[in-house]
Design a protein around this ligand. Structure first.
Ligand code: DUC
Ligand code: ZN
Ligand code: ZN
Ligand code: ZN
Length: 485
Protein backbone atom coordinates (compact mmCIF):
# COMPACT_ATOMS: atom_id res chain seq x y z
CA UNK A 1 0.00 0.00 0.00
CA UNK A 2 1.40 3.36 -0.99
CA UNK A 3 0.01 6.85 -0.66
CA UNK A 4 1.02 10.01 -2.47
CA UNK A 5 0.36 13.51 -1.19
CA UNK A 6 -0.01 15.77 -4.22
CA UNK A 7 -0.23 19.46 -5.11
CA UNK A 8 0.85 20.83 -1.74
CA UNK A 9 3.67 23.08 -0.57
CA UNK A 10 6.04 21.24 1.74
CA UNK A 11 6.93 23.44 4.71
CA UNK A 12 10.01 22.34 6.61
CA UNK A 13 11.87 24.22 9.33
CA UNK A 14 14.51 25.34 6.84
CA UNK A 15 12.54 25.99 3.62
CA UNK A 16 9.28 25.69 1.68
CA UNK A 17 8.96 24.05 -1.75
CA UNK A 18 6.46 22.35 -4.00
CA UNK A 19 6.72 18.58 -4.31
CA UNK A 20 4.78 15.33 -3.93
CA UNK A 21 5.44 12.94 -1.07
CA UNK A 22 5.34 9.18 -1.61
CA UNK A 23 4.60 7.09 1.47
CA UNK A 24 5.25 3.36 1.51
CA UNK A 25 4.08 1.58 4.64
CA UNK A 26 4.82 3.79 7.64
CA UNK A 27 7.61 5.92 6.21
CA UNK A 28 8.34 8.50 3.54
CA UNK A 29 9.79 6.71 0.49
CA UNK A 30 10.38 9.63 -1.87
CA UNK A 31 9.88 13.35 -2.40
CA UNK A 32 9.66 14.56 -5.98
CA UNK A 33 7.46 15.51 -8.90
CA UNK A 34 4.69 13.43 -10.47
CA UNK A 35 5.00 10.58 -7.98
CA UNK A 36 2.42 7.79 -8.23
CA UNK A 37 0.78 5.84 -5.40
CA UNK A 38 -2.21 3.57 -4.73
CA UNK A 39 -4.06 6.34 -2.89
CA UNK A 40 -3.90 10.09 -3.47
CA UNK A 41 -4.22 12.69 -0.71
CA UNK A 42 -4.93 16.11 -2.19
CA UNK A 43 -3.01 19.00 -0.69
CA UNK A 44 -4.03 21.64 -3.27
CA UNK A 45 -3.88 25.06 -1.61
CA UNK A 46 -2.41 23.58 1.57
CA UNK A 47 0.91 23.26 3.37
CA UNK A 48 2.34 19.84 4.15
CA UNK A 49 4.20 19.93 7.44
CA UNK A 50 5.78 17.43 9.85
CA UNK A 51 3.20 16.26 12.39
CA UNK A 52 3.27 18.31 15.57
CA UNK A 53 5.12 17.08 18.65
CA UNK A 54 3.80 18.11 22.06
CA UNK A 55 6.63 17.35 24.46
CA UNK A 56 4.69 18.24 27.60
CA UNK A 57 1.52 16.36 28.58
CA UNK A 58 0.08 14.85 31.77
CA UNK A 59 -2.61 12.40 30.63
CA UNK A 60 -4.38 10.65 33.53
CA UNK A 61 -1.75 12.01 35.91
CA UNK A 62 -2.35 11.41 39.63
CA UNK A 63 -1.86 14.90 41.08
CA UNK A 64 -3.02 17.02 44.03
CA UNK A 65 -5.27 14.31 45.43
CA UNK A 66 -7.01 13.50 42.15
CA UNK A 67 -6.22 12.26 38.65
CA UNK A 68 -6.21 14.41 35.52
CA UNK A 69 -9.46 13.53 33.73
CA UNK A 70 -8.12 13.64 30.17
CA UNK A 71 -7.44 10.01 29.24
CA UNK A 72 -4.86 8.60 26.91
CA UNK A 73 -7.68 7.77 24.54
CA UNK A 74 -9.35 11.19 24.49
CA UNK A 75 -6.10 13.13 24.74
CA UNK A 76 -4.37 11.47 21.82
CA UNK A 77 -7.51 11.66 19.63
CA UNK A 78 -7.64 15.38 20.46
CA UNK A 79 -3.96 15.70 19.56
CA UNK A 80 -4.40 14.12 16.12
CA UNK A 81 -7.42 16.29 15.29
CA UNK A 82 -5.25 19.34 15.93
CA UNK A 83 -2.27 18.12 13.89
CA UNK A 84 -0.14 16.70 16.73
CA UNK A 85 1.10 13.17 16.03
CA UNK A 86 3.41 12.58 19.00
CA UNK A 87 2.92 13.37 22.69
CA UNK A 88 5.62 13.09 25.34
CA UNK A 89 4.15 12.47 28.78
CA UNK A 90 5.70 12.69 32.26
CA UNK A 91 5.97 9.49 34.32
CA UNK A 92 5.68 10.23 38.06
CA UNK A 93 7.24 7.53 40.24
CA UNK A 94 5.30 6.40 43.30
CA UNK A 95 6.51 4.34 46.26
CA UNK A 96 7.46 1.47 43.95
CA UNK A 97 9.94 3.57 42.02
CA UNK A 98 10.60 4.63 38.45
CA UNK A 99 10.42 1.32 36.62
CA UNK A 100 7.10 0.30 38.19
CA UNK A 101 5.63 3.70 37.31
CA UNK A 102 6.91 3.39 33.76
CA UNK A 103 5.09 0.05 33.46
CA UNK A 104 1.85 1.73 34.58
CA UNK A 105 2.22 4.54 32.06
CA UNK A 106 3.14 2.15 29.26
CA UNK A 107 0.11 -0.06 30.03
CA UNK A 108 -2.31 2.87 29.81
CA UNK A 109 -0.71 4.39 26.74
CA UNK A 110 -0.33 1.16 24.76
CA UNK A 111 -3.99 0.24 25.24
CA UNK A 112 -5.47 3.66 24.53
CA UNK A 113 -3.19 5.91 22.50
CA UNK A 114 -4.09 6.62 18.90
CA UNK A 115 -1.07 8.89 18.38
CA UNK A 116 2.51 7.87 18.99
CA UNK A 117 3.85 8.57 22.46
CA UNK A 118 7.10 8.80 24.39
CA UNK A 119 7.97 9.44 28.04
CA UNK A 120 10.00 11.68 30.32
CA UNK A 121 10.83 10.32 33.80
CA UNK A 122 10.41 12.54 36.88
CA UNK A 123 13.04 12.57 39.63
CA UNK A 124 11.14 13.40 42.84
CA UNK A 125 13.76 12.47 45.43
CA UNK A 126 17.33 11.23 45.65
CA UNK A 127 18.88 7.96 46.86
CA UNK A 128 21.13 5.17 45.66
CA UNK A 129 17.98 3.61 44.23
CA UNK A 130 17.24 6.71 42.11
CA UNK A 131 20.83 6.69 40.90
CA UNK A 132 20.59 3.01 39.88
CA UNK A 133 17.13 3.20 38.38
CA UNK A 134 18.04 6.10 36.12
CA UNK A 135 20.37 3.90 34.09
CA UNK A 136 17.64 1.30 33.60
CA UNK A 137 15.19 4.04 32.60
CA UNK A 138 17.63 5.22 29.92
CA UNK A 139 17.80 1.61 28.75
CA UNK A 140 14.04 1.74 28.20
CA UNK A 141 14.28 4.56 25.68
CA UNK A 142 13.96 7.62 27.94
CA UNK A 143 16.67 10.26 27.63
CA UNK A 144 15.04 13.03 29.70
CA UNK A 145 14.55 13.44 33.47
CA UNK A 146 12.24 16.10 34.89
CA UNK A 147 12.80 17.92 38.19
CA UNK A 148 10.23 19.99 40.07
CA UNK A 149 11.63 22.97 41.99
CA UNK A 150 8.07 23.65 43.23
CA UNK A 151 5.32 21.58 44.92
CA UNK A 152 7.05 21.60 48.29
CA UNK A 153 6.32 18.52 50.37
CA UNK A 154 5.21 16.61 47.28
CA UNK A 155 7.20 16.48 44.05
CA UNK A 156 9.83 19.13 44.87
CA UNK A 157 13.55 18.35 44.91
CA UNK A 158 16.14 20.48 46.70
CA UNK A 159 19.30 21.87 45.15
CA UNK A 160 21.57 19.07 46.38
CA UNK A 161 19.20 16.46 44.98
CA UNK A 162 18.94 18.30 41.69
CA UNK A 163 22.71 18.71 41.47
CA UNK A 164 23.22 14.99 42.06
CA UNK A 165 20.57 14.03 39.53
CA UNK A 166 21.92 16.48 36.93
CA UNK A 167 25.38 14.90 37.28
CA UNK A 168 23.82 11.51 36.81
CA UNK A 169 22.05 12.77 33.68
CA UNK A 170 25.38 14.06 32.36
CA UNK A 171 27.02 10.69 32.91
CA UNK A 172 24.15 8.81 31.24
CA UNK A 173 23.84 11.15 28.26
CA UNK A 174 20.37 12.24 29.36
CA UNK A 175 18.90 15.75 29.36
CA UNK A 176 17.51 17.19 32.62
CA UNK A 177 14.23 19.12 32.40
CA UNK A 178 13.15 21.55 35.09
CA UNK A 179 9.89 22.99 36.36
CA UNK A 180 11.47 26.22 37.59
CA UNK A 181 9.53 27.95 40.37
CA UNK A 182 10.98 28.60 43.84
CA UNK A 183 8.84 26.19 45.89
CA UNK A 184 9.83 27.67 49.26
CA UNK A 185 8.71 31.17 48.27
CA UNK A 186 5.51 29.85 46.70
CA UNK A 187 4.66 27.97 49.93
CA UNK A 188 5.38 31.07 52.04
CA UNK A 189 3.25 33.32 49.83
CA UNK A 190 0.39 30.81 49.77
CA UNK A 191 0.31 30.85 53.58
CA UNK A 192 0.52 34.64 53.67
CA UNK A 193 -2.44 35.15 51.33
CA UNK A 194 -4.56 32.42 52.93
CA UNK A 195 -3.94 33.91 56.37
CA UNK A 196 -5.07 37.30 55.06
CA UNK A 197 -8.33 35.70 53.94
CA UNK A 198 -7.56 35.61 50.23
CA UNK A 199 -8.88 32.19 49.22
CA UNK A 200 -9.97 32.64 45.58
CA UNK A 201 -8.17 31.72 42.33
CA UNK A 202 -6.48 35.14 42.12
CA UNK A 203 -4.48 34.04 45.19
CA UNK A 204 -2.90 31.42 42.94
CA UNK A 205 -1.48 34.11 40.67
CA UNK A 206 -0.36 36.33 43.58
CA UNK A 207 1.51 33.45 45.23
CA UNK A 208 3.50 32.65 42.09
CA UNK A 209 4.88 36.03 40.91
CA UNK A 210 7.36 36.23 38.00
CA UNK A 211 10.30 36.52 40.43
CA UNK A 212 9.84 32.97 41.75
CA UNK A 213 10.18 31.68 38.22
CA UNK A 214 13.09 33.95 37.34
CA UNK A 215 15.01 32.97 40.47
CA UNK A 216 14.49 29.24 39.97
CA UNK A 217 15.37 29.40 36.27
CA UNK A 218 18.65 31.15 37.04
CA UNK A 219 19.38 28.63 39.79
CA UNK A 220 18.59 25.63 37.59
CA UNK A 221 20.86 26.95 34.85
CA UNK A 222 23.75 27.53 37.26
CA UNK A 223 23.30 24.07 38.81
CA UNK A 224 23.31 22.56 35.32
CA UNK A 225 26.51 24.42 34.51
CA UNK A 226 28.12 23.16 37.71
CA UNK A 227 27.02 19.62 36.86
CA UNK A 228 28.23 19.90 33.27
CA UNK A 229 24.94 19.26 31.54
CA UNK A 230 22.63 21.04 29.15
CA UNK A 231 19.21 21.84 30.65
CA UNK A 232 15.67 22.31 29.32
CA UNK A 233 13.32 24.68 31.15
CA UNK A 234 9.67 23.63 30.78
CA UNK A 235 6.78 26.11 30.58
CA UNK A 236 8.89 29.29 30.44
CA UNK A 237 6.32 32.02 31.10
CA UNK A 238 8.19 35.17 32.13
CA UNK A 239 10.69 37.67 30.80
CA UNK A 240 12.85 36.94 33.87
CA UNK A 241 13.12 33.25 32.96
CA UNK A 242 13.58 34.04 29.28
CA UNK A 243 16.34 36.52 30.17
CA UNK A 244 18.20 33.84 32.14
CA UNK A 245 17.93 31.42 29.21
CA UNK A 246 19.00 34.06 26.69
CA UNK A 247 22.00 35.04 28.76
CA UNK A 248 23.11 31.43 29.26
CA UNK A 249 22.83 30.70 25.54
CA UNK A 250 24.88 33.76 24.74
CA UNK A 251 27.61 32.32 26.94
CA UNK A 252 27.54 29.10 24.93
CA UNK A 253 25.53 26.95 27.29
CA UNK A 254 22.99 24.50 25.94
CA UNK A 255 19.85 25.80 27.59
CA UNK A 256 16.40 25.40 26.06
CA UNK A 257 13.14 27.19 26.85
CA UNK A 258 9.61 25.99 26.21
CA UNK A 259 6.74 28.51 26.30
CA UNK A 260 3.19 27.13 26.34
CA UNK A 261 0.47 28.18 23.92
CA UNK A 262 -1.59 29.23 26.97
CA UNK A 263 1.09 31.65 28.24
CA UNK A 264 1.54 33.11 24.76
CA UNK A 265 -2.14 33.94 24.34
CA UNK A 266 -4.02 34.11 27.68
CA UNK A 267 -3.24 36.65 30.39
CA UNK A 268 -3.51 37.10 34.14
CA UNK A 269 -6.79 39.02 33.94
CA UNK A 270 -8.45 35.58 33.58
CA UNK A 271 -7.94 35.02 37.32
CA UNK A 272 -9.96 38.10 38.21
CA UNK A 273 -13.13 36.89 36.47
CA UNK A 274 -16.05 37.11 38.91
CA UNK A 275 -17.13 33.58 38.01
CA UNK A 276 -15.18 31.25 40.35
CA UNK A 277 -15.41 28.29 37.95
CA UNK A 278 -14.12 30.41 35.07
CA UNK A 279 -11.06 31.52 37.01
CA UNK A 280 -10.36 28.14 38.66
CA UNK A 281 -10.44 26.34 35.31
CA UNK A 282 -7.46 28.49 34.32
CA UNK A 283 -5.38 27.76 37.41
CA UNK A 284 -2.11 26.22 36.33
CA UNK A 285 1.52 26.60 37.31
CA UNK A 286 3.10 28.86 36.34
CA UNK A 287 0.03 31.09 36.12
CA UNK A 288 -0.89 33.22 33.11
CA UNK A 289 1.12 36.48 32.95
CA UNK A 290 0.68 40.00 31.59
CA UNK A 291 1.23 41.27 28.06
CA UNK A 292 4.87 42.28 28.61
CA UNK A 293 5.76 38.69 29.40
CA UNK A 294 3.78 37.44 26.42
CA UNK A 295 5.65 39.82 24.10
CA UNK A 296 8.94 38.54 25.49
CA UNK A 297 7.95 34.92 24.77
CA UNK A 298 6.87 35.73 21.20
CA UNK A 299 10.13 37.57 20.63
CA UNK A 300 12.08 34.58 21.95
CA UNK A 301 10.41 32.24 19.50
CA UNK A 302 11.30 34.32 16.47
CA UNK A 303 14.78 35.18 17.78
CA UNK A 304 15.55 31.54 18.57
CA UNK A 305 16.22 32.08 22.28
CA UNK A 306 13.11 29.96 22.99
CA UNK A 307 12.76 26.84 20.91
CA UNK A 308 9.54 24.92 21.54
CA UNK A 309 5.82 25.58 22.02
CA UNK A 310 4.09 22.97 24.20
CA UNK A 311 0.85 22.71 26.22
CA UNK A 312 1.49 21.10 29.64
CA UNK A 313 -1.89 19.47 28.89
CA UNK A 314 -3.08 18.48 32.37
CA UNK A 315 -6.84 18.71 32.22
CA UNK A 316 -9.27 18.55 35.13
CA UNK A 317 -13.07 18.81 35.08
CA UNK A 318 -14.94 21.68 36.74
CA UNK A 319 -15.96 19.31 39.54
CA UNK A 320 -12.32 18.47 40.20
CA UNK A 321 -11.41 22.17 40.25
CA UNK A 322 -14.11 22.74 42.90
CA UNK A 323 -12.02 20.82 45.43
CA UNK A 324 -10.37 24.19 45.97
CA UNK A 325 -13.57 26.24 46.43
CA UNK A 326 -12.46 27.62 49.80
CA UNK A 327 -8.70 27.38 49.32
CA UNK A 328 -6.90 28.20 46.07
CA UNK A 329 -3.96 25.98 47.06
CA UNK A 330 -6.25 22.98 46.64
CA UNK A 331 -7.42 23.77 43.10
CA UNK A 332 -5.83 21.07 40.93
CA UNK A 333 -3.19 22.82 38.81
CA UNK A 334 -3.53 22.33 35.10
CA UNK A 335 -5.15 23.36 31.81
CA UNK A 336 -5.65 21.71 28.43
CA UNK A 337 -4.45 22.69 24.98
CA UNK A 338 -3.39 19.59 23.04
CA UNK A 339 -6.01 19.98 20.35
CA UNK A 340 -5.70 23.73 20.01
CA UNK A 341 -1.94 24.34 20.24
CA UNK A 342 -1.24 24.34 16.51
CA UNK A 343 -4.37 26.19 15.29
CA UNK A 344 -4.01 28.88 17.98
CA UNK A 345 -0.27 29.28 17.34
CA UNK A 346 -0.87 29.52 13.59
CA UNK A 347 -3.64 32.11 14.08
CA UNK A 348 -1.84 34.26 16.66
CA UNK A 349 1.66 33.65 15.30
CA UNK A 350 1.72 33.10 11.55
CA UNK A 351 -1.45 35.00 10.59
CA UNK A 352 -0.20 38.04 12.49
CA UNK A 353 3.30 37.85 10.99
CA UNK A 354 5.04 37.12 14.29
CA UNK A 355 6.24 33.73 13.00
CA UNK A 356 6.96 32.48 9.50
CA UNK A 357 5.45 29.14 8.46
CA UNK A 358 8.96 27.66 8.72
CA UNK A 359 9.40 28.98 12.26
CA UNK A 360 6.00 27.49 13.07
CA UNK A 361 7.28 24.06 11.98
CA UNK A 362 10.49 24.57 13.94
CA UNK A 363 8.75 25.37 17.23
CA UNK A 364 5.93 22.83 16.93
CA UNK A 365 7.97 19.87 15.70
CA UNK A 366 11.51 20.00 14.33
CA UNK A 367 13.34 21.69 17.22
CA UNK A 368 11.96 19.36 19.86
CA UNK A 369 12.66 16.31 17.69
CA UNK A 370 16.30 17.40 17.64
CA UNK A 371 16.41 18.22 21.35
CA UNK A 372 14.89 14.80 22.19
CA UNK A 373 17.26 12.97 19.82
CA UNK A 374 14.52 11.52 17.58
CA UNK A 375 15.29 13.59 14.49
CA UNK A 376 14.85 12.79 11.59
CA UNK A 377 12.62 9.83 12.49
CA UNK A 378 10.21 12.50 13.76
CA UNK A 379 10.05 16.24 13.05
CA UNK A 380 11.21 15.99 9.43
CA UNK A 381 9.90 15.42 5.92
CA UNK A 382 12.73 13.36 4.48
CA UNK A 383 13.00 9.95 2.82
CA UNK A 384 13.12 7.41 5.66
CA UNK A 385 11.30 9.62 8.18
CA UNK A 386 8.09 8.34 9.74
CA UNK A 387 5.17 9.54 7.64
CA UNK A 388 3.75 11.74 10.42
CA UNK A 389 2.33 14.56 8.34
CA UNK A 390 -0.25 17.26 8.56
CA UNK A 391 -1.91 18.74 5.48
CA UNK A 392 -2.51 22.21 6.85
CA UNK A 393 -5.27 24.26 5.26
CA UNK A 394 -4.75 27.97 6.00
CA UNK A 395 -8.29 28.76 4.82
CA UNK A 396 -10.15 26.42 7.17
CA UNK A 397 -11.41 28.06 10.34
CA UNK A 398 -13.56 27.42 13.37
CA UNK A 399 -14.55 28.90 16.69
CA UNK A 400 -13.07 26.85 19.53
CA UNK A 401 -15.83 25.41 21.73
CA UNK A 402 -15.98 22.75 24.42
CA UNK A 403 -19.19 21.54 22.81
CA UNK A 404 -17.37 20.36 19.69
CA UNK A 405 -13.94 19.40 21.02
CA UNK A 406 -12.38 15.92 21.14
CA UNK A 407 -11.18 16.46 24.68
CA UNK A 408 -13.60 15.01 27.27
CA UNK A 409 -13.23 18.01 29.60
CA UNK A 410 -16.41 20.08 30.15
CA UNK A 411 -14.79 23.41 29.17
CA UNK A 412 -11.95 24.83 27.09
CA UNK A 413 -9.69 27.72 28.14
CA UNK A 414 -9.73 28.88 24.50
CA UNK A 415 -13.56 28.90 24.33
CA UNK A 416 -14.71 31.43 21.71
CA UNK A 417 -11.30 31.92 20.11
CA UNK A 418 -11.61 32.03 16.33
CA UNK A 419 -8.84 30.17 14.61
CA UNK A 420 -7.85 30.20 10.96
CA UNK A 421 -5.58 27.38 9.84
CA UNK A 422 -6.55 23.76 10.64
CA UNK A 423 -5.51 20.27 9.58
CA UNK A 424 -7.31 19.12 6.44
CA UNK A 425 -5.72 15.71 7.00
CA UNK A 426 -3.47 14.25 9.69
CA UNK A 427 -1.37 11.17 8.89
CA UNK A 428 0.38 9.11 11.54
CA UNK A 429 2.99 6.66 10.22
CA UNK A 430 1.27 6.74 6.85
CA UNK A 431 -2.24 6.14 8.15
CA UNK A 432 -4.94 8.76 7.63
CA UNK A 433 -6.11 9.38 11.20
CA UNK A 434 -7.97 12.69 10.90
CA UNK A 435 -9.93 14.25 8.08
CA UNK A 436 -11.59 17.66 8.40
CA UNK A 437 -15.36 17.44 8.01
CA UNK A 438 -15.52 13.78 9.01
CA UNK A 439 -15.59 12.93 12.65
CA UNK A 440 -13.98 9.50 12.54
CA UNK A 441 -12.22 8.52 15.73
CA UNK A 442 -8.76 7.03 15.26
CA UNK A 443 -8.28 3.54 16.67
CA UNK A 444 -7.19 3.45 20.33
CA UNK A 445 -4.08 1.32 20.75
CA UNK A 446 -2.66 2.08 17.30
CA UNK A 447 -0.12 4.50 18.78
CA UNK A 448 3.42 3.24 19.26
CA UNK A 449 6.03 4.01 21.88
CA UNK A 450 8.90 6.09 20.51
CA UNK A 451 12.18 5.12 22.18
CA UNK A 452 14.88 7.75 22.42
CA UNK A 453 18.60 7.05 22.59
CA UNK A 454 20.91 8.80 25.05
CA UNK A 455 23.21 11.54 23.79
CA UNK A 456 26.83 10.76 23.09
CA UNK A 457 28.34 13.00 25.77
CA UNK A 458 28.86 11.16 29.01
CA UNK A 459 31.37 11.64 31.79
CA UNK A 460 32.47 8.39 33.40
CA UNK A 461 34.12 10.29 36.24
CA UNK A 462 30.74 11.38 37.54
CA UNK A 463 28.95 8.06 37.35
CA UNK A 464 30.03 6.93 40.83
CA UNK A 465 27.33 7.03 43.48
CA UNK A 466 27.94 9.55 46.29
CA UNK A 467 25.79 10.24 49.34
CA UNK A 468 24.65 13.75 48.72
CA UNK A 469 23.92 14.44 52.36
CA UNK A 470 27.60 13.97 53.26
CA UNK A 471 30.07 16.80 52.62
CA UNK A 472 31.99 16.24 49.43
CA UNK A 473 34.20 17.94 46.88
CA UNK A 474 32.41 19.26 43.82
CA UNK A 475 33.79 17.96 40.54
CA UNK A 476 34.38 21.17 38.65
CA UNK A 477 35.86 19.37 35.67
CA UNK A 478 32.33 18.52 34.71
CA UNK A 479 31.91 22.08 33.53
CA UNK A 480 34.28 21.48 30.68
CA UNK A 481 32.97 18.21 29.33
CA UNK A 482 31.81 18.05 25.74
CA UNK A 483 28.10 18.54 25.31
CA UNK A 484 26.17 16.35 22.94
CA UNK A 485 22.84 18.05 22.24
N1 DUC B 1 1.71 22.55 36.34
C1 DUC B 1 0.41 22.38 36.13
O1 DUC B 1 -0.31 23.34 36.02
N2 DUC B 1 -0.07 21.12 36.07
C2 DUC B 1 0.73 19.97 36.11
C3 DUC B 1 2.04 20.16 36.67
C4 DUC B 1 2.55 21.54 36.59
O2 DUC B 1 3.70 21.78 36.78
ZN1 ZN C 1 5.51 21.92 35.57
ZN1 ZN D 1 3.82 19.85 33.33
ZN1 ZN E 1 36.13 26.22 35.28
Amino acid sequence: MSTVIKNGTIVAADRSYEADILIEGETIAAIGVDLKGDTVVDAEGAYVMPGGIDPHTHLEMPFMGTTAAETWESGTAAALSGGTTLVVDFVIPGEAGMLAALDDWEAKASRQASSDYSFHMCVTGWSKNHFDEMEKVVGKGINTFKHFMAYKGALMVNDDEMFASFQRCASLGALPLVHAENGDIVAALQQKYLSEGLTGPEGHAYSRPPEVEGEATNRAIMIADAAGTPVYIVHTSTEQAHEAIRRARQKGMRVYGEPLIQHLTLDESEYFNQDWDYAARRVMSPPFRNKAHQDSLWAGLSAGSLQVVATDHCAFTTDQKRTGLNDFTRIPNGTGGLEDRMPVLWTRGVETGRLTPNEFVAVTSTNIAQILNIYPQKGAILPGSDADLVVWDPKLGKTIAAATQKSIIDYNVFEGVEVRGLPRYTLSRGELVWQHGKNDAPRPGRGKHVARKPFAAASKALSVWKEITAPRAVTRSAQHMPIGV
